[in-house]
Design a protein around this ligand. Structure first.
Ligand code: GDG
Length: 491
């Protein structure tokens, strides 16, 4: 992996994301700080510290307003203040219409090619534009000539254009879109498809996880804009003054940290007491699934495959346990309440059909686990089930692989997750809807030779440790640096 600062801008890095890296909340009368726990937020934090940059994000901690200065800024991390966190306040209407509305009931389902779950209201769109405007204004005020502004995700489809209109070519704009980009036939369902693509084309660099999403974006651009020219060899869109490079960057995880924590004493302790509490036998075959409870993750499909497996192979009754770590998410949205009910119902049905006094096939964990516990669960599970019906990448698949310290364990992986493009050659791949084949694949992970499983896992671990989170960031920053030197040559 990279060292994380190979090409990172040494100064003037600005990150714009919905989630903030540090939040403040009340613990009684006392104010406590919540820190970045993992993933991109944790990975970017050291980069920001070195770059002494500025991070612009929604301040949603209940004590966030108490600790900022007149300009809604605070220096972080608290023990060694080295960069600026600029907080944007969202009121209840903004949260409902921009966040739960346009972002999560229009863009999220559309980008996951799920038109049936789109709920569109004109007020959602107006608020999305307003909130993008507020973030863009803040970013423009914080930026300096030469700054790199790095936008994260689908909450900010319009902000790049708004910053460009204010600052022109004085700044470099990059964007990473963490969820899929659908075919044009799906995306044109969006009433504002054109405005959104126009907003994104203000970026110098637009990244998706995999080539397929880039191609689908470029096809949409060709279909939507008469004045756009796509250079398919390089992935560059020419339209108006400044070109946009559209490029895949399959996101990695902090493999070193995962390995360290998966091998920790706390990880083992968690696993031992968990197994005892939940009555999981020593020699049980344990499968694990870890998800936000989201309709894109294919959780009911997964449990139905387990049901079919236990139906077809009664010899595994009493032997096979599926641990489902699924935490509620976006519960204000009806489609999420529905998937929560569906998942509980199908899990209950399987437990009622097959469960006995001393064996429960589906064990549910709903609370968020500390990292050591989560990685302990990964490490001790014999297989992981990732069955997304659509997924930008799916970091759980990579984390599970990183935690297999002895190269044991098998990854069952959906063809429809972005991570299939990096791990698909060595994982046990499935179509989540193909219940019979999914069930047979579960069985194959158990009956295949240990050598076969280990060979597959070894290959995957190599991939996951080589292209880790730091390497991913290096890759993006290097690409930005190249773009900058090219445009300096031209100008
Ligand atoms: C979006 C895209 C893309 C889960 N439970 C616990 C916990 N987690 C952590 C996992 C993992 C993360 O949450 C989930 O990441 P995913 O990638 O699986 O999925 P999304 O949340 O949908 O993320 C996705 C990603 O963005 C990055 O671009 O891969 O496709 O949808 O890191 O470990 N962490 C802890 N306790 C838990 O109980 N500590």
């Amino acid at each position: 992996g990279g060292d994380g600062d190979g090409s990172a801008p040494t100064e003037g890095l600005l990150v714009v994301s919905n989630r903030e890296p540090y939040s403040h909340s009340y613990d009684g009368d006392e104010i406590v700080v919540d820190r970045p726990v993992g993933g991109l937020t944790a990975g970017l934090d050291p980069v920001m510290q070195r770059a002494s940059g500025t991070w612009i994000a929604w301040g949603d901690g209940d004590a966030d307003r108490e600790v900022v200065d007149d300009e809604d800024r605070i220096r972080v991390p608290p023990e060694d203040p080295s960069y600026t966190l600029k907080r944007i306040w969202l009121d209840d209407d903004e949260i409902e219409e921009y966040y739960y509305g346009y972002s999560n009931q229009v863009l999220w389902p559309l980008c996951h090619s799920d038109r049936g779950r789109v709920t569109y209201e004109p007020r959602f769109w107006h608020r999305y534009r307003e909130v993008n405007e507020r973030f863009a204004e803040a970013a423009s005020r914080e930026a300096r000539p030469g700054s790199l502004v790095w936008f994260q995700d689908y909450h900010f489809g319009l902000a790049p254009k708004m910053v460009r209109d204010r600052l022109g070519d004085d700044v470099t704009l990059a964007h990473f879109w963490h969820i899929p980009w659908p075919t044009w036939d799906d995306f044109r369902v969006c009433p504002q498809s054109e405005q959104l693509m126009d907003g994104l084309l203000a970026n110098d660099l637009l990244g998706f996880h995999v080539g397929r999403f880039c191609a689908q974006f470029l096809e949409g651009v060709e279909a939507c804009f008469d004045d756009a020219v796509v250079d398919w060899d390089s992935g560059v869109v020419h339209r108006g003054d400044s070109p946009t490079l559209v490029k895949p960057f399959p996101m990695g995880v902090d493999a070193e940290r995962i390995e360290r924590l998966a091998g920790s004493e706390q990880a083992d302790e968690f696993w031992d007491s968990f197994r005892e509490e939940r009555g999981i036998a020593d020699d049980a075959v344990v499968a694990v699934g870890v998800d936000r409870l989201d309709y894109t993750k294919g959780i009911p499909e997964r449990i139905r495959a387990i049901e079919y497996f236990l139906d077809e192979h009664p010899e595994y009754r009493g032997e096979f346990v599926y641990v489902q770590k699924a935490s509620e998410s976006r519960s204000e949205i009806p489609a999420y309440q529905e998937i929560q009910r569906e998942v509980s119902a199908v899990a209950e049905r399987v437990n009622e059909r097959f469960g006995t006094d001393d064996w429960k096939p589906v064990v549910s964990v709903t609370e968020m686990l500390p990292a050591e516990a989560l990685y302990g669960l990964y490490r001790h599970a014999d297989l992981a089930l990732v069955s997304s019906v659509r997924d930008g990448m799916n970091l759980v698949a990579e984390e599970y692989v990183a935690a297999q310290l002895d190269n044991e364990g098998a990854l069952v992986l959906s063809d429809f997750a972005g991570v299939d493009e990096t791990l698909g050659d060595y994982a046990y791949t499935i179509n989540p809807y193909a219940t019979e084949a999914f069930a047979e694949t579960i069985r194959r992970t158990i009956t295949d030779s240990a050598t076969e499983r280990r060979n597959r896992m070894r290959q995957m671990r190599q991939l996951v440790t080589a292209y880790d989170l730091d390497a991913w960031m290096d890759d993006i920053f290097e690409t930005v640096a190249e773009l900058r030197s090219e445009s300096a040559d031209v100008g």
